[in-house]
Design a protein around this ligand. Structure first.
Ligand code: HEM
Length: 506
């Protein structure tokens, strides 16, 4: 991707012990927002997760709860939120013209380097958009009596692809509530060791084994295209575990057409959300035609996956498709319905595969760049698994590996911005006024490296800080990779297992 800040070199560490590691091509790794992509996509500055989570527009305060109790605010003690000077057109178009055209989040990063912990920009919304970079302010954003997650213009555009699937449906809608109640227990999380995940473990091993065999057969001198293989791994794993569908991308040089269609549709939806309607309608109509063609193709495959399962039931399949087709919501006594299942298929793939694959790619990068961490992780895998076949029960004993993954998510989070809207006039950081309905975005790259929370070595990759004793001492919301509240990531358990199985196998 053209917009990437490159992390140089193919294999950053050249020690004998690393020779058996695949030589990793990390030049495509990004500074955190849009993270990774395959080599073939260099020209495109967007990736799925940067689009899904990073953009958006304030819808104003009309939809906010009018009954939310008001705060008493002493305006005399407030300070103005700093705002950068306009670089172009004397501010006639606000700060819009100042944004990096290829990767807007890069502008936010640079500005936060200067204005940390807070600044605001006029991006053509009802109120200026506020950005925060400290753990303390992000902690305030987790107070759901003051800040909530809203669907906004981005989600509205995404609905063309994801309909009322989990990502784009309103929290208040029946569709979101039913799907949330059915799918969260099925995916569960690491701590509760849900039955659903243990059942999917064999399928995860199946895909991870394909990857290991591919690398093994190429031999130690072959240069591995890491990012592409991580995408294959995560896309194929979600396909098999969730829908019993094999995309079989380890048997092909090219990505599966469904991945291409999904990626293009998501990226174009993100772009539409950032453009004025008039431009979308009159200038970018060809792009819209292409998006609609992609949506029809996506829908076609989703329908055929569901229909095939209905025509040929597999009661023993350990996947989410059975839960989604046959599961009955305890509260309403209803099923999800064909249409909604059709939307959940691209939703889980879109939300899950690139976030996970970019995390894995960065995990490799950091381990190769930090040999002592790599050796410790390898020693742990040797001790816990040795010559045995990895089993589900071994996973909790891979504690150092878990710390490596957590530290990777801290250092290089695959999503750029954690966005919330204020439910009422409020004050953040003790002195900055936020209006009801104002959009506030925490910048992961900054609040995950806040020195007040993590110490002076916050910019250093040090997995030990994620081990039990030290990790427990961290203040709330210092490490927040999956968001929070009702709309927190539902894939957090699944991806952990996926990564463990992949690492332990290799
Ligand atoms: C390293 C991997 C991942 C990261 C860092 C990640 C991060 C996130 C974040 C930050 C959110 C928004 C939370 C918020 O605003 O509070 C989210 C939502 C979501 N994620 Fe993930 N995610 C990951 C993997 C996955 C996987 C594997 C799946 C599915 C299999 C998934 C499915 C979803 C869905 C469906 C939502 C929307 C939930 C809702 O709004 O109800 N994610 N994720």
């Amino acid at each position: 991707m053209a917009a990437y800040t490159s992390i140089p070199g193919s294999c950053p560490v050249d020690s004998a012990s690393l020779k058996q590691e695949a030589c990793i091509r990390t030049t495509e790794l990004n500074e955190g927002s849009s993270s990774t992509s395959s080599i073939d996509e260099k020209e495109d500055p967007f990736t799925i997760q940067s689009v899904l989570y990073a953009t958006g527009e304030n819808q104003g305060d009309d939809d906010l709860d009018a009954d939310s109790p008001q705060e008493v605010i002493d305006h005399s003690s407030l300070l103005p939120i700093p705002s950068p000077p306009h670089k172009h057109y004397y501010g006639f178009v606000g700060h819009l013209a100042d944004l990096d055209p290829t990767l807007p989040v890069r502008t936010y990063w640079h500005l936060m380097d200067t204005y940390n912990p807070i600044f605001q920009m006029d991006l053509g919304m009802k109120y200026p958009r506020v950005f925060v970079g400290s753990r303390e302010m992000v902690n305030e954003m987790a107070d759901d009596s003051r800040f909530i997650k809203f669907t906004h213009r981005l989600h509205q555009e995404m609905r063309a692809v994801f309909g009322n699937g989990l990502f784009s449906a309103e929290s208040t809608s029946k569709a979101w509530k039913k799907a949330h109640r059915l799918l969260v227990p099925a995916l569960g999380d690491w701590e509760t060791r849900p039955i659903g995940l243990s059942k999917m473990f064999d399928d995860m091993q199946d895909i991870a084994t394909q990857l290991v065999q591919k690398w093994d057969r190429y031999g130690p001198d072959h240069e591995i295209e890491l990012i592409g293989d991580m995408s294959r791994l995560t896309f194929d794993t979600i396909g098999l575990c969730a829908y019993g569908y094999r995309f079989n991308q380890f048997y092909s040089e090219q990505p599966h057409h469904f991945e291409t269609e999904l990626k293009e549709a998501i990226i174009e939806s993100g772009r539409r959300a950032n453009r004025p309607d008039v431009l979308n309608r009159w200038w970018y109509y060809k792009d819209e035609e292409h998006r609609q063609e992609n949506i029809v193709k996506i829908r076609g495959l989703c329908e055929s996956i569901i229909q095939e399962r209905i025509d040929n039931p597999k009661p023993d399949a350990n996947d989410l498709l059975n839960v989604m087709i046959h599961g009955i919501d305890k509260e309403t006594g209803e099923k999800l319905g064909f249409d909604n299942v059709c939307y959940q298929i691209p939703t889980l793939l879109g939300g899950g595969y690139e976030t996970t694959s970019s995390t894995l790619s960065f995990l490799y990068y950091f381990l190769c760049d930090t040999p002592q961490a790599l050796h410790k992780a390898q020693a742990e895998v040797d001790e816990v698994i040795g010559d045995k076949v990895l089993t589900y029960d071994m996973l909790p004993n891979l504690k150092y590996l878990d710390a490596c993954i957590k530290e990777t998510l801290r250092m290089q989070h695959p999503v750029s911005l954690l966005t919330r809207f204020s439910t009422k006039d409020t004050v953040i950081g003790g002195k900055y006024f936020i209006r009801k309905g104002q959009m506030v975005s925490g910048i992961w790259r900054h609040f995950h490296r806040d020195k007040n929370a993590w110490g002076e070595d916050a910019d250093v990759y040090r997995p030990e800080r994620m081990l039990d004793a030290e990790f427990q001492k961290m203040p709330p919301n210092a490490w927040k990779p999956y968001g929070d509240g009702l709309r927190a990531c539902i894939g957090r358990g699944k991806l952990t297992y996926n990564r463990y199985s992949r690492y332990a196998l290799y």
